[in-house]
Write a protein that binds this ligand. Structure first.
Ligand code: P6P
Length: 329
């Protein structure tokens, strides 16, 4: 299995060669970013860039560097029409859009607050297509994604990708730099006893989320009749990779503090790609009321509530949200 390189995997997937070129450019971007992350201390790239992005977040030097590497390397793909990046307010058009050209949505360095404390970070991406010649609309539902994936810069560099049907994990072989297939069919276990949420926000949560977490924390004595584990790494890529590997449910819900902004996580380059990956791996991804992939976007940096992971737990949370909405009416 591990002699299967990313190149061979993609060519065997019978994909459009232009999409293969783009995916290889994305993988190359992630390799280069991994080097910058690992050499951050020597390149003087750790710490703040003393700038803020469209999100109003302080940008790390590596956030900007990672964005620039994505732009530089992926611009080689002849049929890539536009880039939508967490770090850039406007859509970056590389060519006049023609039907079938590709649109790349990406968070170049997710979880970058972990960089200075040497914890895992990642890059997230999704690809959609231009619908017709001259069409400059980049706001399509997540169901229109043709592929999605992420790189995780952890103890090993991994590249996880779905082109529809399966989720495949590739590990970068130290030395050759090849991405080799190590996880051919990643599946989210339907059941789990592990949840991930920033519990410091408890006072802001709506009733359904409080109910769910309270029941998990009550353990064997409570209605769940078993104990649960909690994780929170402040890096969505690390959480999703753990869920793909051993199950779990990840929550960044709307709450009384972030509701006016729509939530915390961004739809086009965080929630949508991860929702496609999780669904293709047998899990579920919802706002609590609506499948994330069915949301009609209103802007490139729109924020949405995110509940995703093991199907049984996501469905339980949807039931709690539905029940709460029904009793409130
Ligand atoms: P908080 C990182 O900034 C991120 O976008 C996700 O990767 C992560 O899950 C979340 O925000 C962490 O948010 O509020 O815990 O810092």
């Amino acid at each position: 299995m591990t002699d299967m390189t990313l190149r061979r995997y993609l060519t065997q997937s019978a994909l459009d060669p232009n999409l293969i070129f783009l995916l290889e450019d994305i993988a190359s971007s992630c390799r280069v970013i991994a080097d910058h992350v690992r050499n951050g201390a020597f390149e003087g790239n750790l710490g703040s860039a003393n700038a803020t992005n469209i999100q109003g977040e302080t940008q790390k030097t590596l956030d900007i560097l990672a964005n620039d590497e994505f732009e530089r390397i992926c611009a080689n793909s002849p049929h890539l029409a536009a880039l939508v990046s967490e770090e850039v307010e406007e859509v970056t058009w590389l060519k006049d859009p023609e039907a079938g050209d590709y649109l790349l949505y990406f968070d170049p360095l997710d979880g970058s607050s972990n960089l200075d404390v040497n914890l895992s970070v990642g890059s997230i991406f999704a690809v959609m297509q231009v619908q017709s010649d001259g069409d400059r609309n980049v706001l399509h539902k997540g169901r229109y994604q043709v592929c999605a994936g992420y790189a995780i810069y952890g103890p090993s560099l991994m590249f996880v990708l779905t082109v529809g049907g399966k989720v495949a994990g590739f590990t970068c072989q130290h030395g050759t730099g090849d991405f080799r297939l190590t996880h051919p069919d990643m599946k989210v276990p339907a059941e789990t006893s592990e949840f991930a949420i920033n519990t410091s926000r408890y006072r802001y949560w709506d009733a359904p989320v409080r109910r769910y977490v309270d029941e998990c924390v009550a353990g064997e004595e409570g209605v769940r009749l078993r104990s649960f584990n909690m994780r929170w790494t402040a890096s969505m890529v690390a959480e999703i990779h753990r869920i793909l590997t051993r199950g779990g449910v990840f929550l960044y819900p709307a709450d009384s503090n972030n509701r006016n902004a729509g939530g915390k996580l961004r739809l086009m380059y965080e929630a949508n790609p991860m929702a496609m990956i999780i669904e293709q791996a047998g899990g579920a991804a919802s706002t609590g009321h609506t499948p994330i992939l069915d949301i009609a976007p209103t802007g490139p940096h729109q924020r949405v509530p995110v509940i995703l992971g093991s199907r049984s737990e996501v469905e339980r949370l949807i039931t709690y949200h539905t029940t709460e909405r029904a009793t409130a009416q």
